[in-house]
Design a protein around this ligand. Structure first.
Ligand SMILES: *Cc1c(COP(=O)(O)O)cnc(C)c1O
Length: 375
């Protein structure tokens, strides 16, 4: 499947999203661009109802189910509208117009709370804002509404670099309500404990593929309760009944994400394969970077160690007047898109699945050299 590269090595791309894709996947998509498997058509030119695309779609669903060990009583939906769209579609489908709880741990869950308030009575069950979103409030302190239809968390805050390393067990907290997770920026980087989850959604453009595809994985009993004002194309019951083809699905996104699922399933690390291999690599990649940042007084990582994201590592130079020099020097070395989000400032290195370990090593070497030449 993979085509050997005849090009110069590509730079390392630390973008938070749209983000780096496995080089092998890009080669395959390029090679198949004009003629997918002898069909005489590129994927972008095919009917979504034809046998060629149906085969692509079915393999993608099957591989994602295998990859994330999604139980049979969950539906996998391929939608559009992104993570921000789901901030509306989740309350439209699940709230029944009642109360919903949101735990605010950073910029993305803050947006979710605000959007849910348009369609439901949205309550903030806990917030990390007072601490600058550098930690996750202990679940035992959450004020969960007894009548909430569900509780929403962002399981990896892409901007603030805060990640849940264990999903909350709401039943054990005395609240037997569905947990909704926005896992846009760490889906397929680690396993998901489906016993604790009612619905998971993710935009594809962080860790899975191009923008335009949104993945929703939802427990079957939560489907079929949409508010009457919910647009038909975003009613999970309509989408599920039509195998994600009520309206034209994002065919190109499904195809490329399918290549990525296949790539993840084939990864190996020692005795580990697939998601376990990817997770082991992700732990090692993030660990190296945080260890280096912690050992240096030239750089500073704001997030508390227990909540640090494996995918998105924000950091600051002690001397912020050097930021522009730092970014220019990084670019000259082929280390791209390290600038932090405008709301946080500083730097951010995103280490998604497709970032090779050699890219992290190159980043650390640059961090070391920049510090030395700045002394
Ligand atoms: C990027 C991102 C979003 C927004 O995705 P869009 O596709 O731009 O709507 C939402 N949540 C998280 C966690 C994200 O990383």
């Amino acid at each position: 499947m993979s085509t050997p590269s005849v090009l110069a090595p590509r730079p390392y791309n630390f973008s938070a999203g749209p983000a780096v894709l496995p080089e092998e996947v890009l080669h395959t998509a390029a090679a198949e661009m004009l003629d997918w498997h002898g069909s005489g058509m590129g994927v972008m030119e095919m009917s979504h109802r034809g046998p060629e695309f149906i085969a692509i779609y079915e393999k993608a669903v099957r591989d994602l189910r295998t990859l994330l060990a999604v139980p049979e009583h969950f539906k996998i939906l391929f939608m559009q509208g992104g993570g921000l769209g789901e901030n509306a579609f989740v309350p439209l489908n699940l709230s029944r117009g009642g109360v919903v709880d949101v735990v605010v741990t950073g910029g993305w869950s803050q947006k979710s709370l605000k959007e849910a308030a348009k369609y439901a009575t949205a309550r903030c069950a806990a917030s990390g804002e007072a601490g600058g979103f550098t930690a996750i409030p202990d679940p035992v302190t959450w004020q969960i509404s007894p009548d909430a239809a569900y509780l929403h968390i962002c399981s990896n805050e892409t901007i603030h670099g805060v990640e849940f390393h264990e999903l909350p067990d709401l039943a054990a907290l005395g609240a037997d309500i569905p947990l909704v997770i926005d896992c846009s920026s760490h889906i397929a980087s680690r396993p998901i404990d489906w016993r604790r989850v009612g619905l998971a959604f993710a935009g594809a453009q962080k860790n899975l593929g191009p923008s335009g595809l949104t993945i929703v994985i939802v427990r079957e009993d939560l489907i079929g309760h949409a508010l009457p004002i919910c647009p038909s194309a975003f009613d999970y019951a309509t989408v599920a009944k039509n195998d994600s083809m009520y309206n034209t699905p994002p065919t190109w996104g499904i195809y490329v994400a399918g290549l990525v699922f296949d790539w993840v399933l084939r990864q190996q690390e020692g005795d580990l394969t697939g998601l376990a291999a990817i997770e082991a690599r992700n732990i090692r990649k993030a660990g190296k970077l945080y260890d280096f940042l912690d050992a240096s007084s030239f750089y500073r990582c704001p997030v508390q160690p227990a909540a640090r994201s494996r995918m998105n590592a924000p950091f600051f130079l002690a001397d912020e007047s050097r930021n522009a020099d730092f970014l220019a020097g990084a670019k000259a070395r082929g280390l791209l898109q390290l600038k932090g989000h405008r709301s946080v400032g500083g730097m951010r290195a995103s280490l998604y699945n497709a970032m090779p370990e050699a890219g992290v090593d190159a980043l650390i070497a640059y961090l070391r050299d920049f510090e030395q030449t700045s002394a």
